[in-house]
Design a protein around this ligand. Structure first.
Ligand SMILES: NC(=O)c1ccc[n+]([C@@H]2O[C@H](COP(=O)([O-])OP(=O)(O)OC[C@H]3O[C@@H](n4cnc5c(N)ncnc54)[C@H](OP(=O)(O)O)[C@@H]3O)[C@@H](O)[C@H]2O)c1
Length: 240
């Protein structure tokens, strides 16, 4: 595919890294000079151009600005009706993107996560899009969201990632202070947690870890208040 990227920030760069090995012809905004230069030097099929030239050279356009930047970035540009636009913006409704990119087809909002750079990311797509599936489906888990109202709970729930990683990072620091080996502490805990999460359904693994009086059961009960706070936080995020 001929893919253009307007706004080569954190998430768009990760997407480019994830799809560039498939040999697409990719043109990225000259803005974000540092990031764009690294992508251009890393992949021979990634080139840099001014925003309008990005559109003129491409058939599928990824919008990677933030919602607050999008109006200023997109309004001066001329889209054509054959452009297929995929928005990466979690903070702008697709209906508004459609107005900014008319007469192009604003086909879907796609919410990937930074791990898409290496593959294995869940990718929320609303509404389902064959172009997104073709682009990232082979290496990632495409989650088709038919009903736009379901995006809010998914977007809230994905925020569990930072607290979950902070939990492991905090325990890693704790272990490092006792053993003096930070690399080993992180490898030990990330291997334990990541592999255990994938090995079996969560409910089965939790049951297996619930030996009365065992280390896992005692710490889980000790943190009971945190799970209630997590649910309150998810409820709050869903409303925003
Ligand atoms: N970060 C994530 O993990 C993630 C995941 C899923 C979805 N999202 C969504 O993706 C969107 C972008 O987030 P982000 O974290 O990637 O933000 P970001 O790193 O700030 O990226 C925004 C990019 O847009 C560029 N930009 C702004 N105005 C532009 C213009 N007129 N022309 C060309 N480029 C322009 C910025 O360039 P400068 O640096 O030069 O200002 C920056 O590189 C947000 O809506 C967010 O909700 C983010």
């Amino acid at each position: 595919m001929k893919i253009g990227v307007i706004g080569t920030g954190t998430i768009a760069s990760a997407v480019v890294r994830g799809i560039a090995p498939d040999g697409h012809v990719i043109t990225i905004s000259e803005r974000s000079t540092g990031r764009a230069k690294i992508l251009n030097e890393t992949f021979e099929n990634v080139s840099i151009a001014a925003n309008q030239a990005v559109l003129d050279r491409s058939d599928v356009i990824l919008i990677g600005t933030t919602g607050t930047q999008a109006d200023a970035a997109l309004t001066p540009l001329t889209f054509r009706s054959s452009h297929i636009v995929i928005s990466l913006m979690g903070d702008m409704p697709l209906s508004h993107v459609a107005k900014l990119v008319a007469p192009a087809d604003a086909q879907a909002t796609m919410i990937p996560f930074p791990v898409i750079a290496t593959g294995g990311s869940p990718v929320l797509v609303c509404p389902p899009s064959p172009v997104v599936t073709a682009l990232v489906g082979a290496r990632n888990m495409v989650v088709d969201v038919d009903d736009p109202s379901q995006m809010s709970p998914f977007l809230a729930a994905q925020a569990t990632l930072s607290p979950a990683l902070t939990l492991v990072a905090t325990a890693t620091d704790w272990l490092t202070k006792r053993t003096g080996d930070a690399d080993l502490a992180e490898a030990f805990l990330t291997t334990l947690v990541a592999n255990s999460m994938k090995a079996a359904p969560l409910a089965d693994t939790l049951t297996a870890l619930d030996t009365p009086g065992g280390y896992n059961q005692r710490l889980r009960v000790r943190l009971e208040a945190a799970y209630a706070l997590l649910l309150e936080g998810l409820d709050e995020l869903e409303q925003t």
